[in-house]
Design a protein around this ligand. Structure first.
Ligand code: HEC
Length: 198
């Protein structure tokens, strides 16, 4: 029988195919990397416009006065910071914030800005992209649990196109993970007792 492919030819073809596959895989990976970089860049812009740093990064005292402590960028209210009970609020002054600008008091009780870094235990590292998008769309913790408290401006973010919320998520996931367990919010009745007892 006439053999069209001898062993060498088969080996050569196999090697060529493998080479071609490697090229395709490499270029797909490079493409994906390019897409990710573009998404992260867009996310950084949106996070800057959305002013997430203002509430999600503690202020520290710098040479020229208070400045955002970017070593703890977007890691939320510092877990080690023990605050005194907030002042009594009346109808005219009805909300307030801590000097770090990461704890907020008002008719909703006390809320603490969340850790948005990809730490899996204390940040949003265990969240899937869809959890983040749903949280921003519905104003619910993880998209399904308790309502998010003021002053988190989720209402303004909820109308963003899918791609932009994906970009914000991609950017947050690209940040260094910071371990910082933010306290649970304090409900209004517990807050009232704290204020009464101060
Ligand atoms: C005016 C202050 C403020 C700004 C600005 C702000 N946040 Fe928040 N954010 C908060 C507070 C406070 C909480 C905690 C709310 C709570 O515990 O219910 C929070 C919570 C979150 C959470 C946690 C949700 C959850 O389910 O636990 C995410 C995610 C988040 N913010 C993302 C962002 C992003 C992204 C931006 C910028 C586009 C942003 N925030 C801007 C104050 C703010």
């Amino acid at each position: 029988m006439h053999r069209i492919f001898d062993r060498t030819a088969i080996t050569t073809i196999a090697a060529m195919t493998a080479g071609l596959l490697t090229c395709t895989t490499l270029s797909t990976a490079a493409l994906a990397e390019g897409r990710d970089a573009a998404l992260i860049k867009r996310g950084a812009l949106l996070v800057s416009v959305g002013d997430c740093v203002t509430c999600h990064t503690p202020f520290k005292m710098g040479a020229n006065g208070p400045e955002k402590d970017m070593a703890r960028g977007l890691s939320g209210h510092p877990e080690g910071l023990k605050l005194t009970p907030p002042p009594r609020l009346d109808a005219e002054w009805n909300w307030g914030g801590s000097a770090t600008m990461t704890a907020f008091v008002g008719p909703w009780g006390i809320s603490y800005s969340a850790n948005l870094t990809p730490d899996r235990e204390t940040g949003i590292g265990a969240w899937k992209e869809k959890d983040f998008i749903q949280a921003m769309r519905t104003g619910k913790h993880l998209g399904v649990a308790r309502p998010l408290l003021p002053p988190m401006p989720w209402q303004g973010l909820s109308g963003l196109p899918e791609k932009d919320l994906q970009a914000i998520y991609a950017y947050l996931m690209s940040l260094p993970a910071v371990k910082n367990r933010v306290p649970e919010p304090v409900p209004p009745d517990v807050l009232a007792a704290k204020v009464a007892g101060r």
